[in-house]
Ligand binder design. Structure first.
Ligand code: BGC
Length: 669
């Protein structure tokens, strides 16, 4: 009995000793914990906290010895082996153990690119890329996607995703177009807050939440000619009007971190742009999280390595993603502080911001992977959310009475390289950085989804399109193959010759043709589309290809709307809603449904015929006016009503139709 009492007293004493160090006391306020820990840290330790190293560039002991703040898995740097999420959890826990062995026991924060689910993990749930989610325009769904992604990431221990990408891509030649929600900032503005809420919750607590990143600050989607990491030339007014809006709700949602863009604004690299980081992001918008540089991003600044570090830290960057040069970066940083070229106050501010996020995440209390969540990774419930996202992301662009299909009888012919290819439908940032064709991770291909959906119909598949004759209808699934930044730049978005020869094979059968385009951006289809009876933009749907069949076969209707303008020709690019001359193949926001899919009459470039009677007339104007005053007319196709494409349906749209009717204007948007 005596022994027991002594043990209890000893335990109590050790808890008291630990908690007398305020930073280890979970009941102390976060600010008190931050300042207590900061006061105990040496300059070396502070510099270490400001570095993010690539996990493959670390040796046992480095995290503890250098007090490194963060690790990343660069986009192809997966756990080895990468067979299950628990392989990741094992890896994470080893690194975390190493970090906790440091003098002050500061946990490391681990970041990955979970940009459409945690795609790096074999067997995870992979969602459509952002361009598809922009077509879906469903904020509540975004919250669910954020929640599911956070849970799958947290299961592996990882604490932080480098997303959402809040870029506003303005030129489809850019190879990162699909990482943005759409060309008009209104979409990112609509989705960002809920998405971040899904990732982070309101408090980052609860064991299922991770820190999100608003990236890439700022105007990465506006570079001249869509050059990756290029130069965005625009006035500050345009920067604020086009590229800023999606960040505002993200900041309001308390996004934990922001990543700086590789690109420049009017010739100055964002990584050294104090006005953009210190003034705008931190002072004007009150950003309280920490700012991270992009992968080796500071190395694109002029001068020596020391100059690059000085410029970027003084411009307001708090953590440097220097995957392989972290060690030399720490020593340069220390020298710069000792020489007075970086003020100590700047270091203290940066480290406080980093520690604040770590405390908020509860990392000091729960540093290891939440293995209770492992069985949710790739679970049926998670995949159901992704399937819903696929359904909602599809945009019906043409339908000559061919959709929805019947799965009960008859024969369906499926062709094309993207019909039965998991890697192609997931796109990049899946298992590896640039992505890969083929059977890269479990899921349902579009073809498998069709086979699962049809009940009585016969389904035949031939990738090259041979043998279509005699079938009732053909579904041709073509488009792009995976690419990420750098490699994705493309000055010719025409269909490839291979895709055209598949189409030619199918045309020769003289049966109705439905084209499902799997791509990260619009492609030039103007010369082909007249041969098609149906045309669906499916973007990059991810692992749940069944969502495509759900809509093709009418279990759900199409609801997606174009998140970007669909050009007629390459020479029209860049083309964006609001341009003074605007004559696209399909306007921004265009998208049909099966229940009301008569195309707008020729001569108009977009919506207007809200009652689908084949003409745009005063009745359409009246219907919109009635809708506006809340009379809710029946048979009203809301998808055609936003004639000026500003995202609202209001009296202006009614007036535009009336003007069109009396010949005062020739087209909408
Ligand atoms: C990309 C970022 C990404 C980072 C880490 C960079 O090349 O621009 O978007 O988060 O790599 O993988």
């Amino acid at each position: 009995m005596k022994k027991k009492i002594i043990i209890m007293l000893l335990m109590l004493l050790s808890i008291t000793i630990v908690w007398s160090q305020t930073y280890l006391d979970p009941n102390a306020s976060i600010e008190a914990r931050v300042s207590d820990l900061l006061s105990r840290m040496t300059l070396d330790e502070k510099c270490g906290q400001m570095l993010q190293a690539e996990k493959n560039a670390l040796n046992q002991g480095d995290l503890a010895n250098y007090c490194i703040g963060s690790i990343l898995s660069g986009a192809s740097s997966t756990a080895e082996p990468n067979n299950t999420a628990s392989d990741w959890a094992d890896m994470y826990d080893n690194f975390q153990q190493d970090a906790l062995n440091g003098r002050l026991g500061i946990p490391v924060i681990y970041g990955v690119d979970a940009v459409h689910g945690f795609g790096n993990v074999y067997g995870s749930t992979v969602f459509p890329h952002n361009i598809g989610l922009g077509a879906a325009r469903d904020p509540d769904l975004m919250e669910q996607i954020g929640t599911v992604t956070a849970r799958e990431v947290a299961a592996t221990g990882v604490d932080w995703t480098f997303g959402p990408c809040l870029t506003v891509p303005r030129d489809e030649r850019w190879g990162r177009t699909y990482e943005g929600f759409g060309e008009d900032p209104e979409i990112g503005e609509m989705l960002a807050q809920k998405y971040i809420l899904g990732f982070q919750g309101t408090t980052l607590q609860g064991g299922e939440k991770i820190t999100a990143t608003a990236k890439h600050w700022i105007a990465d989607g506006g570079t001249t000619n869509g050059i990756d990491q290029g130069n965005t030339v625009c006035t500050e007014a345009v920067l604020r009007q086009i590229h800023l809006p999606p960040y505002i709700p993200a900041l309001n949602a308390g996004v934990g971190t922001a990543m700086i863009s590789f690109s420049s604004w009017n010739g100055t690299k964002c990584h050294e742009y104090s006005y953009l980081i210190n003034e705008m992001l931190k002072n004007e918008f009150g950003f309280k999280g920490f700012v991270i540089s992009d992968y080796n991003g500071i190395q694109q600044l002029s001068g020596t390595y020391s100059d690059q570090i000085r410029k970027s830290i003084n411009a307001g960057i708090d953590m440097l993603m220097e995957p392989n040069s972290w060690q030399s970066c720490i020593s340069n940083l220390r020298t710069l502080v000792n020489n007075g070229q970086i003020p100590q106050s700047r270091i203290d501010d940066a480290v406080s911001r980093i520690l604040r996020v770590k405390f908020k995440l509860g990392l000091f209390e729960n540093p290891y992977a939440n293995r209770n969540l492992l069985n949710t990774v790739g679970s049926a419930a998670h995949r159901a959310v992704a399937r819903e996202a696929v359904r909602k992301s599809l945009v019906l662009l043409k339908n000559e009475n061919v959709l929805p299909l019947s799965g009960n009888s008859g024969s369906i012919f499926v062709a094309g390289k993207n019909a039965d290819n998991m890697g192609n439908q997931c796109g990049a940032w899946t298992i590896s950085w640039q992505g890969e064709s083929g059977d890269i991770t479990p899921g349902t291909t579009i073809l498998e989804g069709i086979r699962e959906t049809v009940t009585g119909a016969r389904v035949t598949y031939n990738q090259s399109g041979s043998g279509a004759a005699g079938h009732d209808v053909a579904i041709v699934v073509i488009g792009e193959t995976p690419y990420a930044e750098g490699r994705g730049y493309d000055t010719d978005l025409s269909l490839t010759q291979d895709d055209i020869s598949v189409l030619n094979n199918v045309y020769s059968a003289h049966i109705p043709v439905i084209v499902v385009l799997v791509s990260g951006r619009p492609m030039i289809v103007t010369n082909q589309i007249d041969n098609w009876d149906g045309f669906v933009a499916a973007w990059l749907p991810g692992t749940e290809g069944r969502g495509v069949a759900d809509v093709l076969f009418g279990d759900y209707d199409f609801t997606g709307k174009l998140p970007c303008t669909w050009p007629r020709t390459m020479s029209q690019i860049p083309i964006n809603v609001g341009d003074s001359s605007y004559d696209p193949l399909f306007a921004y926001n265009y998208g049909l449904s099966c229940s009301a899919s008569t195309p707008a009459p020729t001569g108009t470039t977009g919506p207007g015929d809200v009652n689908n009677d084949g003409s745009i007339d005063i009745v359409d104007a009246l219907l919109i006016a009635q809708y506006y005053v809340d009379l809710n007319p029946p048979n009203f196709d809301i998808s055609r009503a936003d004639t000026n494409c500003n995202g609202n349906i209001d009296i202006v749209d009614a007036l535009l139709i009336a003007q069109y009717y009396v010949g005062l204007i020739e087209k909408f948007c």
